[in-house]
Design a protein around this ligand. Structure first.
Ligand code: ATP
Ligand code: MG
Length: 404
């Protein structure tokens, strides 16, 4: 196509210009190009030259390409379009690059992105056409679009679920609160033991429902991504003392001792989330322990501050240690207990993950359970929390082997 340039260069003085070098190496460049390229005679619409990349792309030899109509390399439904674009190019009209389905010799397809321009080759009008195979690109694009659509559908479903949970939570809390008020009012007007017993039942039912709504709210916050830990340094003793006050009456009703250790330790965490974690653990301990005690113990260890909820309850078999942290999963120890949803420990583990606070369990059937959460330690404060028992000696507590 342009080999006379080499002879001209040899006659000029000095080093060749970049234009001359380009002209000299053009055939090699076209040959090696990693894009399909062919030169089309506009009169008989036959290929005059095709580079190896194009030949490979359409699954034919370069020689074979010189003998077949160019439209044979396009799927039939695109042939009119390609013919029309060729006519426009030949007429000198501007034609933007476009994509059609190309056809290989073996009948397989590829996404052919076509661009071209008019050119004079050896005094004849020709078109130089480049073909880029967009199959891989389009495949990835389609996959990405499919994944994006699936992600959006999953997000929409999660959002709908969250909205539903939030609405249920809101709508049920108000009548529940009213039931609690009515029960309190009723208790004041009734002295009959049977009536008071019924008031107790109403209170128990309301308490269970409040706990369930708290769990639903937790799940809603976890699922919707609305749980944003607000981490700060705070004295853990205050939080433990509050838990003691909250659960003291429950323990008394169940005939159990609830002991909370006094501590001046501080931790770096989110107090509200930590409180929900510990409340779930204490609630379980009090629910599943038939007699004896529940202790909330705080101790320092190599990784930070470890808060343990220990109980003298039935214990948990080893093969259940992992499973009970799954959603809606209850263990054998709950067989004779009031109905629960099996959500508590799942919430504990998800919230603990949000706090990056590992949760561990030591337990064996008949030897009680120790659930522990470990938090980063802050500086100790010199404010002793009064009125609480000191931390019991470690030796006085049951010893278990570590799991999880
Ligand atoms: N302190 C414990 N002692 C013995 N078994 C326990 C203890 N804590 C949890 N379990 C077992 O783990 C199971 C799962 O506990 P989880 O808190 O997730 O659900 P739940 O208490 O059954 O129901 P929910 O907390 O949703 O009301 C319980 O059903 C129980 O069998
Ligand atoms: Mg529970």
């Amino acid at each position: 196509m342009c080999d006379e340039h080499g002879a001209a260069d040899a006659e000029t003085d000095g080093p060749p210009t970049s234009g001359e070098l380009l002209a000299q190496h053009a055939p090699a460049l076209l040959h090696e190009a990693q894009v399909g390229l062919f030169v089309l005679d506009v009169v008989d619409q036959r290929i005059l030259y095709a580079n190896p990349y194009f030949a490979e792309l359409v699954g034919r030899t370069p020689e074979e390409l010189l003998t077949i109509p160019v439209l044979d390399m396009v799927e039939p439904e695109y042939r009119n379009l390609v013919a029309e674009r060729l006519r426009e190019r030949i007429a000198g009209k501007p034609v933007a690059p476009y994509t059609v389905i190309g056809r290989r010799k073996d009948g397989t397809n590829f996404d052919a992105h076509i661009a071209g321009r008019r050119l004079e080759v050896d005094g004849r009008l020709a078109l130089v056409v480049t073909i880029t195979d967009l199959s891989d690109y389009n495949r990835v694009l389609r996959q990405t679009q499919r994944i994006q659509a699936q992600k959006e559908a999953a997000e929409a479903a999660a959002e709908a679920k969250s909205r539903f949970l939030a609405a249920v939570n809101h709508d049920l809390r108000q009548p529940l609160h009213a039931i609690e008020l009515i029960s309190t009012a009723l208790r004041r007007t009734q002295a009959h033991p049977a009536a008071l017993l019924l008031c107790d039942r109403i209170d128990q039912a309301a308490t269970s429902m409040t706990a369930l709504l708290d769990s639903l709210l937790d799940v809603y916050r976890l699922d919707s991504g609305a749980l944003h830990p607000n981490v700060r340094t705070f004295p853990v003793g205050d939080l433990l003392r509050d838990l003691g006050s909250e659960f003291g009456p429950v323990a008394r009703d169940r005939g159990l001792r609830l002991r909370v250790t006094r501590t001046t330790k501080t931790v770096v965490s989110d107090p509200a989330i930590l409180r929900r974690i510990l409340a779930n653990l204490v609630n379980n301990a009090l629910r599943y322990t038939q007699q004896g005690s529940v202790q909330i113990v705080c101790r320092r260890d190599a990784s930070g501050v470890r808060i343990e909820v220990r109980d003298s309850g039935p214990g948990i078999a080893r093969d259940e240690h992992e499973r009970i942290f799954d959603e809606f999963t209850r263990g054998t120890s709950s067989a004779d207990c009031p109905p629960g949803t099996g959500l508590g420990l799942n919430i504990v583990s998800r919230m603990a993950s949000a706090l990056q606070a590992p949760v561990t369990l030591r337990s064996e059937p008949g030897r009680g359970s120790v659930f522990a959460v470990t938090l980063p330690r802050g500086p100790d404060v010199a404010i002793p929390s009064a009125g609480q028992p000191a931390e019991p000696a470690a030796a006085a507590l049951p010893q278990f082997s570590e799991t999880g």
